[in-house]
Design a binder for this molecule. Structure first.
Ligand SMILES: [Zn+2]
Length: 288
């Protein structure tokens, strides 16, 4: 069933868990993550990143309505979210399609401009009863392409989210949740991430809305527990699931010999991504 991000994050807060939001880049990823969630009987978010349209992967017009329909038919609560919308027009388009959640990303802009545009997004979403995420602070590797970016771990702490500024941002805009920078990056890690758990705790106490962690791939199960305990409630996840799919397709090729047909690779990739997503969901829902 289709729900909003606000619904899912309230549930996650009550259970001291996080909800996985998976980037959808085609039918294979969509089927994989919804099947994983249904088998585990756990809610998830499915999200479309504006950049995936820009790099020619798939258009919102094509996959957006299918995301909404599959979420409606699913046996578990699913939020359909527009990820990293840098143009207000794509947010409007997603809302018109039935998306229940949008992220306006003005993190590249000066604070005041980010506030002004986020307020427009919040006002827009209100008409649809949809939730709004925004971002302040900068996550390394932000070419916005979470599938291709390879990052160094040269994390500059001055780019981490400032709790007081974040509080002010939330008060001025009225967003439902906030993407914060505390050590994760988009894309792949070259060495283990060094997350600032104290900063997450401070943000949770200060900002008054749930914290979103981007770049959830490559974070260890142990670090997941710490970061969820500290207050992260939404986790954006894609890269390592996509790699699992790619590896499965590669492994299928030798077995197929001279008869390599795309559907066999897609089927192998989908199964591997479902397994990977299941494990990610299990880790995020673990709350011992
Ligand atoms: Zn992101």
């Amino acid at each position: 069933m289709l729900v909003t991000t606000k619904d899912l994050l309230e549930r996650a807060e009550a259970k001291n868990q996080a909800v996985g939001y998976f980037n959808i880049t085609g039918l294979e990823t969509l089927q994989a993550v919804i099947s994983a969630a249904e088998k585990l009987k756990e809610p998830i978010g499915v999200q479309f990143a504006q950049v995936h349209e820009e790099v020619g992967m798939i258009d919102l017009d094509v996959i957006g309505p299918i995301m909404v329909e599959m979420a409606e038919k699913a046996s578990v609560p699913i939020a359909v979210h527009l990820d990293h919308g840098v143009d207000l027009s794509i947010l409007k388009k997603a809302l018109d399609m039935g998306f229940t959640s949008i992220m306006y990303d003005g993190s590249d802009l000066p604070f005041d401009e980010n506030v002004a545009n986020t307020k427009i997004a919040v006002h827009m979403a209100e008409e649809y009863g949809a939730s709004v995420e925004a971002e302040i602070g900068m996550m390394s590797g932000l070419t916005l392409d979470e599938s291709k970016t390879v990052n160094d771990r040269g994390m500059d702490r001055s780019m981490f989210t400032d709790p007081q500024l974040a509080k002010k941002f939330v008060e001025l805009t009225g967003v439902d949740c906030l993407a914060c920078a505390f050590g994760t990056v988009h894309g792949m890690y070259h060495s283990a991430p060094n997350l600032d758990f104290e900063l997450v705790k401070e943000l949770k106490e200060t900002i008054g809305v749930p914290i979103v962690m981007h770049g959830g791939s490559g974070v260890s199960a142990e670090d997941y527990q710490k970061v969820i305990e500290a207050g992260v409630r939404k986790v954006n996840y894609y890269t390592y699931m996509a790699i699992a799919g790619g590896e499965a397709a590669k492994a299928a090729i030798p077995e197929l010999g001279d008869n390599v047909q795309f559907h066999d690779l897609a089927t192998a990739a989908r199964a591997a991504m479902e397994e990977h997503a299941s494990e990610a969901i299990r880790i995020m829902q673990h709350n011992d």
